[in-house]
Design a protein around this ligand. Sequence first.
Ligand SMILES: NC(=O)c1ccc[n+]([C@@H]2O[C@H](COP(=O)([O-])OP(=O)(O)OC[C@H]3O[C@@H](n4cnc5c(N)ncnc54)[C@H](O)[C@@H]3O)[C@@H](O)[C@H]2O)c1
Ligand SMILES: [Zn+2]
Length: 366
Amino acid sequence: MQRVEVAIPAGSGHSYEILVGVELPHGVADQILERVSAARWAVISDSNVGPLYADALADALRAQGEVAECITVPAGEETKNRDTVAKIQDQLIDLGYGRDSCLVAVGGGVVGDVAGFVAATLFRGIPCVQVPTTLLAMVDSSVGGKTGIDTPAGKNLVGAFHQPVRVLIDVLALGSLPAAELTSGLAEVIKYGVILDADLFKKIDESLVDAGIAHCKADLEGVVARCCALKADVTAADEREANYRQVLNFGHTVAHGIETTLGYRIRHGEAVAIGMVAEARLAHRLVNAPEDLSARIAALCERVGLPTRLPEGCRPEDVVAAAAKDKKVRAGQLRCALPADIGTMAQGPDGYGIAVDSADLLAVLR
Ligand SMILES: NC(=O)c1ccc[n+]([C@@H]2O[C@H](COP(=O)([O-])OP(=O)(O)OC[C@H]3O[C@@H](n4cnc5c(N)ncnc54)[C@H](O)[C@@H]3O)[C@@H](O)[C@H]2O)c1
Ligand SMILES: [Zn+2]
């Protein structure tokens, strides 16, 4: 088992542990009960993950004499809305849950964001344990304390910072994940390598891909733990994204432009892969990154099966226009977090968010 400490500075939340290599359901139940005490547990999950893991976790908690219910929401991003939050909150109140309850989010980023937001708001905040079951949720969304939902106007517009009390990861749960979801999650893993860890980038390139990612548990645990540690460091240094946390946005300015243009008919990781390749080209233009940086990232993305070019019907002009409207535009200025090379990020006059001209972005997308 690998342990990663997320050290949140005193005053802005609590520190907590991420454990990688805990087995669902019994190992997870044991780890929850060892560290968190609650009068009642609500395991929140979706229609795919519920029957696979969450029901069994609620059973395992009940087998230890605990009061536990499983609440299952429909799978998919459409569920990440106010209505779902209200339904879960009302159901918990009706069932008699109170301030001494704890939520356990079992699922991908959708479940984690919804359950985390319910936990942040119900009774002015109750604890939440995150048990991520997609690669994206393991290396990204379950760590860092951002929770929230979508509104008709856009994604993640309503939310709260609410750090989990523990994050418990069983990489074997990835065995049931559709291959395209696993590949999509790999984009975020590659991103960590590019922004913060050249050795990780090399490791993905040399060992993980060749061995077949889903088949090497030990390697996979190591990689997931490393990504969590990297996100934990960044989050601890800058929980509210004042400056340093922006490094995590590499590839994402373009990715959000693509997602908006396509009405989210593309997986997030796929958009991020295309975004990283384009933004690495920008990095060569704007912050003197090596000319082959983009090609190196593209080669690795292609090896794992990620796209690296704008899909058919996605026009560069539209992507730039959508990116320019994105919430990461500060004071009317388009910004990107850009690598200086594999493993290091560039800083501009305003920190890690580098000002980018629409014309430059358009040029690299073409
Ligand atoms: N809070 C954050 O910091 C943060 C960061 C990144 C992304 N996000 C959010 O995360 C969400 C995307 O998360 P995601 O990619 O995990 O998608 P998801 O939660 O929709 O899961 C993808 C699909 O896989 C299924 N699934 C999950 N685990 C499974 C398993 N082990 N076996 C079989 N099926 C499984 C789900 O039911 C779903 O159909 C987005 O809403 C995004 O905004 C949040
Ligand atoms: Zn992302």
